[in-house]
Design a protein around this ligand. Sequence first.
Ligand code: TYC
Length: 121
Amino acid sequence: MSQAQKNSRDLSAALVMSSSDDDDGDSSVVVETRPKTKRPPLYKVLLLNDDYTPMEFVVAVLERFFGMNHAQAFEIMLTVHKKGVAVVGVFSHEIAETKVAQVMDFARQHQHPLQCTMEKE
Ligand code: TYC
């Protein structure tokens, strides 16, 4: 079943009244429905190219904050260098925000203009 199909099953409880109900008595009935199962939205963390940040610094960022090995980090760094941007991970909103803040802080501490952003998937 697709996520869209799962979401379409996520119905709230319905309040049902017969046509004779006048809404001031005790004749309303709450009909039990399926529980909500919506997953939280995911966010892509993006790394942007610039002309000044050293390649080895970007590789170190990808190893340190995104758990990549050296070969993976080098490959993604080169993708950003050539294409201008790459997705470096997909996370919950809170984790994505933390990753972006960590990268931006680390770059600022080292006086590099490296930019990291997030967007809803
Ligand atoms: N373009 C940079 C250089 O030539 C390297 C670089 C790669 C910078 C990836 C940022 O996200 C980046 N030194």
